[in-house]
Every structure is written in structure tokens, then in C-alpha cells.
Design a protein around this ligand. Structure first.
Ligand SMILES: [Zn+2]
Length: 270
């Protein structure tokens, strides 16, 4: 397979938390004097949105929207004994928008359908179809000024609020109050995405994957990011969007005075 990089679409925007945002640290360890359900923070102690969280959520929304959530189109990513615990879509269709944008993993994979028949199935390799992942998602840093002094008056910690939620234990029916940290509604993060444009065996991607990426952004706006989405957390909006295009020849020039090919205050105006 011949793959040539034609150029890169660079999408810069802000991600606004329309409701409180909880992206957990991924472990539930209780720090001494800390809260037991903290949000992920950078080295300076400020909350941020990990690129991997954004990418994972967008991938999963696109799997549903593109009709890829089927037992023979999903592979088992994590298993628990004989049960498939986490499945993601992966296939060897060169035209697949999900695999083409979000990438495929190396190594052998067992489809969910094969696994349910035989949990010891060996699986197969999709490496014939491995094209470098087109989408790169950077970590989105908090824009400090988006948390105003007025907002800060209502915060429990420097950048975040801490809510108590009552979880009812289904067995004992006892209320189990639990603390949960959230980034407040109104906070904004600066985000950057790169969509690589390739020519694969003579066929130019054109804007195909850029369009698919914009679709994934729209799907995310109508879903939620992070935890406790069913309780109203995690509604986000992309604002102040700028899209740039760098042709591969632009990288040989001394200076890059790039002008955006599209700008819009929000996705519906793009
Ligand atoms: Zn696929």
C-alpha cells in the first residue's frame, strides 16, 4: 500500500462546559484530606481535558452513527474471563471512516462474534489495512480567565466545585453520599485537533475525514463528555472555531503565515 501525506487540517477552537464537567482521574483512591472522586488535573493542579478522553468518546459516538456496532464488526479490547468486557469497532475496510480517522491497533484481534463462539479464538491481524491514524487530539488546557472572579466565589476549590451526590445502595437501600468534583459550567478549554490528509494507493482523501471529524464534534455536542452524563453533567459546546490547512509543501517554507480556510463562532455556523 502506498501512502503519501498530502497535508494537515488543523482545527483550533474552545470547548465550553455548558454544564458541570467531570472527567475522572481514572482511579478511585481516596487521598488523605482529598476528595474521593476528583477530576483529572495537570502538573500545575489545573483541570484539563485529556486528548485521549475526547478521542475515545468521539470514536465511540461515531461507531454508533456509522453503523459499526455489530458483533462481527467489534473486537474485544478487554475481556473478563469468558466475557467480553469492552469492545471497540475495528475492521480492515480501507474506506471505513471510523478506522480511517481514529486508527487501528496492531496485533491480533478477535471479533465479538468469534469470541462469543470460542473465547480462545486466535483472532487476526488488521495490519494490511494499517494506515497511520489520521486524527491527533491534543490535551485541552483550561483557559483560566474563563473562570471569572464571580464564578470563583461559588467554588469550593480553586478551579472546581464539589457536590455531594446520593447513591442508593441497591442491596441495603442505604444512601451512600459521595463527593464528586466538577469543573463549573462556563469554564472553557483551548483545544486543537489535527486531521491528516493522505493519498492512499493514488486516491486522495480530500476533505472526507475533515467532514467526518466535524460530524464527530456535532455528535459530541448532543451527547456528554466525562462522567455522570445521565445526571446532566458533561454537556459541551465547541466555540470560536478556526480551521487551517497546511499543504505538505508548506513545511518546506521558512515562515508559515497561515490564514484559516474557515472560521465560525459555533459548529452550526461552520
Ligand atoms: Zn472500521
Amino acid at each position: 500500500m502506498d501512502v503519501i501525506l498530502k497535508g494537515k487540517y488543523i482545527i483550533k477552537c474552545k470547548i465550553k462546559a455548558v454544564t458541570g464537567l467531570h472527567i475522572g482521574e481514572g482511579n478511585n483512591s481516596i487521598e488523605i484530606g482529598g476528595i474521593d472522586n476528583a477530576v483529572v488535573k495537570d502538573a500545575e493542579g489545573k483541570p484539563y481535558i485529556p486528548g485521549s478522553s475526547l478521542k475515545g468518546k468521539m470514536r465511540s459516538l461515531m461507531e454508533f452513527a456509522e453503523g459499526k456496532v455489530k458483533d462481527d464488526l467489534m473486537v474485544v479490547a478487554v475481556k473478563k474471563g469468558d466475557k467480553p468486557e469492552i469492545c471497540i469497532h475495528m475492521c480492515d475496510d480501507k474506506e471505513c471512516p471510523v478506522c480511517g480517522l481514529f486508527g487501528r491497533n496492531h496485533g491480533k484481534h478477535v471479533t465479538k462474534k468469534e469470541f462469543l463462539k470460542d473465547p480462545k479464538a486466535e483472532g487476526r491481524d488488521f495490519s494490511d489495512a494499517v494506515i497511520p491514524t489520521r486524527l491527533i487530539v491534543r490535551d485541552a488546557k483550561l483557559i483560566e480567565s474563563s473562570i471569572t472572579d464571580e464564578m470563583k466565589e461559588n467554588l469550593d476549590l480553586e478551579w472546581t466545585e464539589v457536590k455531594f451526590e446520593n447513591n442508593i445502595d441497591r442491596i441495603t437501600s442505604k444512601a451512600n453520599p459521595r463527593q464528586s468534583e466538577r469543573v463549573p459550567a462556563g469554564a472553557e478549554f483551548s483545544a486543537e485537533f489535527v486531521v491528516n490528509r493522505y493519498e492512499v494507493d493514488g486516491s486522495d482523501d480530500g476533505e472526507k475525514y475533515l467532514s467526518k471529524f466535524i460530524k464527530a464534534m456535532k455528535l459530541l455536542e448532543d451527547d456528554y463528555l466525562g462522567g455522570q452524563g445521565s445526571r446532566g453533567n458533561g454537556k459541551v459546546k465547541f466555540v470560536d472555531i478556526e480551521i487551517f490547512y497546511k499543504d505538505s509543501s508548506d513545511y518546506e517554507k521558512d515562515s508559515n503565515d497561515l490564514k484559516p480556510i474557515a472560521t465560525a463562532p459555533s459548529l452550526d455556523q461552520l
